[in-house]
Design a binder for this molecule. Structure first.
Ligand code: FHN
Length: 434
């Protein structure tokens, strides 16, 4: 009896020690990177892989019930003749985005980088033979764009991957499932990604939702990442609460705290930096018939609605099989860039507004400056409930003119010559706390 009790005690103590070991303390360089990330506000997501050849999105293998053996043959025909890393990063830079999140490996399991741990990669399995990630990493470095890497926890092709809710008809040999083999494979690849491509801004995981109750041994994996590159941020699109070891929180197709798309049920907004990812049309990977592009105005509004909550927008592009950006996407990126080059001061480096987002628009703060972004107002005056502040002055960023204001005990009213009709009517208000 005494022996059993002491064993139990040892077990409890070890559990406690283990739990303590899992306590993550971000390093100073990680905290610095978090701030830089939160300030950057706008990034570009790229979903690109051998699936792009089929022009039916990145889920084509599963959606069309294609066996992995057949699907993998796409690799031998993948030759994106127009791929040009310099041009991609120039487009991204000119859009005003500060970072790129690139799909290094999506659920189809194809590695878009050279890997020693599988031949199913862009260098060894395609006639293209170029490590596009290496080329992108070099260009990002030259053009000062941070590189984030999307990495899927799912693999619809490998036999050792313990099959989850998706990709069940891909023809894998389930008798060969072997989590520890698959886990080592992922960790080896993550080590490659973090040692062969310079400084990585973030690892962006996806797929845990496919097997929500499975122990993916995330803490250990996160520790590995932070031990190789402590500044590297970790985000996991598991659609659930933040877990120990993660550095920012992401939301899919929704503003933080909302759940219109159905991915964020019960996902409370954390105190970590926030990011919301969104498609430009309806799909992530290239879809040849999806012309349902959001307008530049809609995208800028979605960016601003994020900014008002202190969040970043990660806007997706699905390049075609030839390696070029769809024209519609390139045009929108150019227009967003033109807008941001004029009004970027009211976006970059701001924090969430002191007034919660409203139907008329949002506010964003930079020290004692409040940027009022009017997106939808049918009036030529606007009352802002800001108690505890005195307005020193207010100017329109659209025409540089001073804006008439009237202070009362509940805040301040701004008066405009006309009802604002621009994409975003921005007023810069200098405040003094009282
Ligand atoms: O299944 C993926 C999907 O293909 C895409 O990569 C998005 C991006 O957020 N994430 C998953 C769905 O949650």
């Amino acid at each position: 009896m005494i022996k059993r009790l002491s064993l139990l005690l040892v077990a409890l103590i070890s559990l406690e020690v283990a739990a303590k070991e899992y306590k993550y303390s971000p390093t100073p360089e990680n905290l610095k990177r978090r701030k830089e990330f939160a300030d950057s506000k706008f990034g570009i997501f790229i979903h690109w892989g051998i699936y792009s050849m089929m022009g039916d999105g990145e889920w084509v293998m599963t959606n069309q019930n294609i066996k992995h053996k057949r699907y993998s043959q796409l690799a031998s025909g993948f030759y994106p003749s127009k791929f040009n890393a310099k041009e991609w990063i120039e487009i991204i830079k000119n859009s005003g985005a500060k970072y790129l999140c690139f799909t290094s490996r999506h659920h189809d399991g194809f590695s878009m980088f050279h890997s020693d741990f599988t031949e199913y990669n862009i260098v060894d399995a395609t006639p293209f033979k170029r490590d596009v990630l290496k080329e992108l990493a070099e260009e990002c470095n030259k053009q000062e764009i941070k590189l984030h890497l999307y990495y899927s926890h799912i693999d619809w092709g490998r036999d050792d991957f313990p099959v989850g809710g998706t990709g069940q008809n891909s023809g894998r040999d389930k008798s060969k499932e072997n989590w520890s083999s698959y886990y080592s494979f992922m960790n080896n690849q993550l080590t490659e990604l973090l040692t062969n491509y310079g400084e990585i801004g973030a690892i962006w995981f996806d797929g845990v939702w496919d097997k929500p109750n499975f122990d993916w041994q995330l803490e250990e994996q996160y520790r590995l990442i932070h031990s190789i590159q402590p500044q590297c941020l970790i985000a996991n699109n598991h659609h659930k609460e933040i877990r120990e070891g993660e550095d920012f929180q992401n939301f899919e197709r929704d503003l933080p705290g909302q759940n219109t798309a159905g991915y964020s049920e019960g996902q409370q907004v954390s105190k970590l930096p926030l990011e919301s990812c969104q498609t430009m049309n309806n799909t992530w990977g290239y879809n040849i018939v999806d012309d349902n592009y959001k307008s530049t105005k809609e995208i800028i509004h979605f960016l601003l609605r994020n900014v008002g909550m202190g969040a970043n927008l990660l806007l997706n592009v699905g390049p075609g099989p030839d390696g070029s950006f769809p024209e519609e996407a390139a045009t929108r990126l150019k227009e967003i860039g033109e807008w941001l080059s004029k009004y970027g001061e009211s976006v970059y480096g701001t924090t969430a507004g002191i007034i919660p987002p409203q139907d008329w628009g949002i506010t964003a703060m930079k020290d004692n400056t409040m940027y009022v972004h009017i997106l939808n107002l049918n009036n030529n005056s606007l009352h802002l409930p800001i108690k505890g502040y005195k307005v020193k002055n207010a100017i329109s960023l659209i025409n540089g003119k001073s804006v008439e204001t009237k202070q009362d005990k509940n805040g301040v009213t701004l008066y405009f010559d006309e009802i604002p009709t621009e994409i975003d009517h921005i007023i810069k208000v200098e405040l003094k706390p009282i």
